[in-house]
Write a protein that binds this ligand. Structure first.
Ligand SMILES: Nc1ncnc2c1ncn2[C@@H]1O[C@H](COP(=O)(O)OP(=O)(O)OP(=O)(O)O)[C@@H](O)[C@H]1O
Ligand SMILES: [Mg+2]
Length: 461
């Protein structure tokens, strides 16, 4: 990633500051350094840095200006910012291109396209100024959290560079080298008043934050520093050593439980992995049997694709009832209820297929699911496991949550290259082609002794 950016900058320097060619677009979860990287590039090129947020911009006129006949007319944001910056070759960062809106007032994406197009932007016309303005010396960099909501034509014009989430190890390094020093400085803490051990930093990462980037980590480091500042204000001048044992004195009770694996294995709850705008996250799929007629009940505001995926999971489970030791009459007496609890997880996409199948089979067979096994994969009606996206983010999320093993589709094997070595070392990765392999790895083989809460059909014939 760094290489590509450096190559890019080298080319720009060679061409004497001319920036024809693709526009860079940094894509990654919040707090992974997109904006700061843009600032550094601006510094390296000796250009003025201007940040323009496009989140929620719906109106073409915001980019291109209003015609003067319009009451309250104004020039567009690009020209305003250029004027304010007082430079004709700044670096303009177009933040959040993935959150650009459209409505009846025109399409801001197409105005932006004109801004970015080297064949047109030497004579960009702002409707308000109504004279051509040369934007060809401006260096544009865009940022986005996710790729797929960037308007297509815009995306085609840009060179996408992914800044994926950090591993625990990378976060520790970043905290040690930059964040702690910065927070000490901002809070006026003399260098030797605070010693924060690696164990302490790791505890903050694990128990006080759950994020792909480092923004909350930096905030928590700030809180520790303010705690130290208060001590200094009280006249306590000796060095404070902070480690995992006393971090709670500064940050309060832990906020996230690290050891997912220490939770009890249960019937009907499977650990899945989802791609989210903030990186990746674990999600739990719950399934239960209730008296009924073999219907599938879905709750948790699931999107269409996820509903179909649940249906496929159920159909598969039914087709394998015999092998799985589920009495055929089971489906005449029971409905299956699948629930995906609320949370910041987008509830759509097919990648929870294997997780739903596991939760369902667990509920039907009363076999407990191993909590420390996290999984992702789409399934077909016949139980084949198909590849899914965002493997790196998902594996990192599993690692963050303390999973011991991760099940991913065999066809995603190549994506493991992107998973850092130190994460691979902590996790066992199981590549699967079929849901049967998932069930074998994730479910305990014995049925729970506890009688099913609801009468299964077996006793009823
Ligand atoms: N690799 C890194 N080294 C040092 N500091 C970093 C690194 N990555 C992120 N940071 C710090 O984390 C904070 C958040 O970074 P930044 O604002 O650049 O994130 P972002 O990717 O633009 O996030 P968003 O998508 O929310 O806009 C900044 O204070 C930045 O200095
Ligand atoms: Mg940013």
């Amino acid at each position: 990633m760094k290489r590509r950016i450096l190559d890019f900058l080298a080319v720009i320097k060679l061409k004497g500051g001319e920036t024809r060619g693709p526009i860079l677009c940094f894509v990654g979860p919040p707090g992974t350094g997109k904006t700061s990287l843009g600032q550094s590039i601006g510094r390296a090129l000796g250009r003025k840095f201007i940040r323009m947020s496009l989140g929620g911009v719906r109106d073409e006129a915001e980019i291109r200006g209003h015609r003067r006949t319009y009451v309250g007319a104004m020039p567009g944001r690009i020209i305003q910012e250029m004027k304010r910056g007082g430079s004709n070759n700044p670096l303009i960062m177009l933040d959040e291109v993935d959150k650009l809106g459209t409505d009846y007032r025109g399409d801001p994406a197409s105005a932006l396209l004109e801004v970015l197009d080297p064949a047109q932007n030497f004579s960009f016309t702002d409707h308000y100024l109504d004279v051509a303005f040369d934007l060809s010396r401006v260096f544009f960099i865009a940022t986005a959290n996710v790729q797929d909501t960037i308007p297509g034509p815009l995306r085609d014009r840009m060179e996408i560079i992914e800044l994926p989430g950090y591993t625990e190890h990378e976060k520790l390094e970043i905290a040690r080298r930059y964040l702690l020093a910065r927070q000490k400085q901002e809070n006026g803490i003399p260098e030797d008043s605070l010693r924060l051990s690696d164990g302490g930093i790791r505890e903050i990462i694990r128990s006080y934050t759950r994020e792909a980037g480092v923004r909350n980590l930096e905030r928590e480091l700030g809180s520790v520093c303010r705690g130290i500042a208060r001590k200094i204000a009280r006249g306590e001048t000796e060095t404070t050593v902070v480690g995992e044992e006393n971090i709670a004195d500064f940050l309060g009770p832990i906020r996230f439980r690290w050891e997912l694996a220490s939770e009890e294995d249960e019937v009907g709850v499977a650990t899945g992995l989802a791609a989210t705008a903030v990186g990746g996250d674990v999600l739990f799929v719950e399934a239960a049997t209730v008296p009924g007629k073999g219907r599938l009940i879905l709750t948790g505001k699931l999107g269409d694709v996820m509903q179909e995926s649940a249906q496929a999971a159920l159909t598969y489970a039914r087709s394998r009832a015999l092998t799985l030791d589920i009495a055929p009459a089971f489906f005449d007496k029971n409905d299956l209820h699948v629930h995906v609890p609320a949370g910041a997880i987008p509830k759509d996409g097919p990648s929870a297929g294997v997780t739903m199948a596991t939760a369902l089979v667990s509920a039907m067979t009363r076999r407990r699911v191993r909590k420390d096994v996290a999984m992702t994969g789409e399934i077909t009606l016949r139980g084949k496991v198909l590849p899914v996206g965002a493997i790196r983010d998902k594996v990192l999320a599993a690692h963050r949550a303390g999973s011991r093993s991760v099940i991913i589709p065999r066809d995603n094997e190549n994506d493991l290259i992107d998973v850092p070595e130190e994460v691979r070392r902590d996790l066992s990765v199981l590549l699967v082609e079929h849901v049967d392999e998932v069930l074998k790895a994730a479910l305990h083989s014995e049925k729970t002794a506890e009688a099913p809460r609801l009468e299964p059909a077996t006793s009823a014939n």
